[in-house]
Ligand binder design. Structure first.
Ligand SMILES: *[C@@H]1O[C@H](CO)[C@@H](O)[C@H](O)[C@H]1NC(C)=O
Length: 341
C-alpha cells in the first residue's frame, strides 16, 4: 500500500509540475503572438475578429489616439515590471481566481474590488446573455454571486493557456490610496457592512486597541482609519491569511507582471476606458453604468486626503512602501498630501 501511495504522489507531483510549466509558459513573452495566425486558430468565434485581433488592428492605425494611450500604458507596465520585479514564484491556477472569463466574446477580466468591479460584473452578465436589458438593473448580490461568471482558475492548465493566448485580457486599477480610503469607508466606517465589521473590525479592535469596550470588541463598528492602517502594517495580519480582496494590492490579485494584460483601464478615466473595451468586445451598444455620484473623482481624492492627514509621516511612509508596486506599475505618483520626507 505504501508503494502505491508513493506512486500516486509522484504522479500527482508530476501533474502539478506540468501545471506550473504550462502556466509559466503563458506570461507576457507571448506578446509577439499578438495578431498572428496561431492566435487566430485558438479563437472559437469563427469569422468574427476577436477583441484581441481588433486591438491589434487599432494598434496599427496611427489615428487611434485611444489605442496609443493603451499601448503606452502597456509599455509602462512592462518596463516597470522588468525594473521592479525579481524572480517570482510560478503561478498556479488558484492564483487566477480573480480573472473572469467570457468565452462568447473572448474576454478575460481581472476584477479588483473598489474599482467599479460590481458594474463590470453586471456588464459581463449582460454580455453573456445571463441578464436581459440594462446592466444597471442587475442587483449587486446577483453580480457577485459565486459561480455566475466562470473564473480562469476553474479550467485545466491547457484550457487556461488557450484563453490567455487568444483572449483580450483587461483589468481596471485605481489610485491605491483612494482605493484604500474607499474600502475603509465602505467596509469599516459605514454602518451598513455589519458583517464586515464583525469579521475584520472586531479583530482589529481586539488586537490593536488597548482597553477596548466590550461592545466595540464584539461589533468592530468604530474602527478608526489609523487602526485600520496599523492592522494592515502589522506583520501578523498577512501571516495569518492573505489580505482581504478589498485591500489586497491590485498586482497581487491580478499578477500583471506574469500575465499579459492588453488593456489597463483606470478608474480615473472609467467611462472612456470602459467604452474602449466594450467597442473591442463588439458590444458598443452596451453602455457602461455611469458613476453613482457626479464629482466622483474629486470626492474620492478629498476623502483620501482627509483620512491621511491625521496619519503620522512614519505610518504614511510604511503604507506607501506596502502599496508601492501598485503606484509604480500603474503610473500613479505619490499623492501630494503625503509627508514622505
Ligand atoms: C504617467 O503619468 C504621467 C503623470 O501623470 C503622465 O504625464 C503620463 O502620460 C503617464 N504615462 C502613461 C503611459 O500613462
Amino acid at each position: 500500500m505504501g508503494r502505491r501511495c508513493w506512486r500516486r504522489r509522484v504522479l500527482a507531483a508530476a501533474c502539478l509540475g506540468a501545471a506550473f510549466l504550462l502556466l509559466c509558459a503563458a506570461p507576457r513573452c507571448l506578446r509577439p503572438a499578438f495578431g498572428n495566425r496561431a492566435l487566430g486558430s485558438s479563437w472559437l468565434g469563427g469569422e468574427r475578429r476577436s477583441p484581441l485581433q481588433k486591438l491589434y488592428d487599432l494598434d496599427q492605425d496611427p489615428r487611434s489616439t485611444l489605442a496609443k494611450v493603451h499601448r503606452q500604458r502597456r509599455d509602462l507596465l512592462s518596463s516597470a515590471c522588468s525594473r521592479h520585479t525579481r524572480r517570482q514564484r510560478l503561478l498556479q491556477p488558484e492564483d487566477l481566481r480573480h480573472v473572469l472569463v467570457d468565452d462568447a466574446h473572448g474576454l478575460l477580466y481581472c476584477y479588483v474590488p473598489k474599482v467599479a468591479c460590481t458594474n463590470w460584473k453586471r456588464v459581463l452578465l449582460a454580455l453573456s446573455g445571463q441578464a436581459r436589458g440594462d446592466p444597471r438593473a442587475i442587483p449587486a448580490q446577483e453580480a457577485h454571486a459565486p459561480g455566475r461568471l466562470p473564473s480562469l482558475a476553474d479550467f485545466s492548465p491547457a484550457e487556461i493557456n488557450r484563453r490567455l493566448r487568444a483572449y483580450l485580457a483587461f483589468l481596471f486599477v485605481r489610485e491605491p490610496f483612494e482605493r484604500l480610503a474607499s474600502a475603509y469607508r465602505n467596509k469599516l466606517a459605514r454602518p451598513y457592512s455589519a458583517a464586515f465589521q464583525r469579521r475584520f473590525g472586531a479583530r482589529i479592535v481586539q488586537r490593536l486597541r488597548p482597553r477596548a469596550l466590550p461592545d466595540a470588541r464584539a461589533r468592530g463598528h468604530d474602527v478608526r482609519f489609523a487602526e485600520f492602517l496599523a492592522y494592515l502594517l502589522d506583520p501578523r495580519t498577512r501571516r495569518e491569511e492573505p489580505f482581504n480582496e478589498h485591500w489586497e494590492r491590485a498586482h497581487a490579485l491580478c499578477h500583471p507582471c506574469r500575465l499579459r494584460y492588453d488593456v489597463v483601464g483606470k478608474f480615473e478615466t472609467l467611462a472612456e476606458d470602459a467604452a474602449f473595451v466594450l467597442e473591442l468586445a463588439g458590444a458598443p451598444g452596451l453602455s457602461f453604468p455611469g458613476p453613482p455620484r457626479p464629482r466622483g473623482a474629486a470626492a474620492s481624492r478629498d476623502l483620501a486626503a482627509r483620512l491621511f492627514q491625521d496619519i503620522s509621516p512614519f505610518y504614511q511612509r510604511r503604507l506607501f512602501d506596502l502599496y508601492k508596486m501598485d503606484f509604480l506599475l500603474f503610473n500613479y505618483s505619490a499623492p501630494s498630501y503625503l509627508r514622505l520626507h
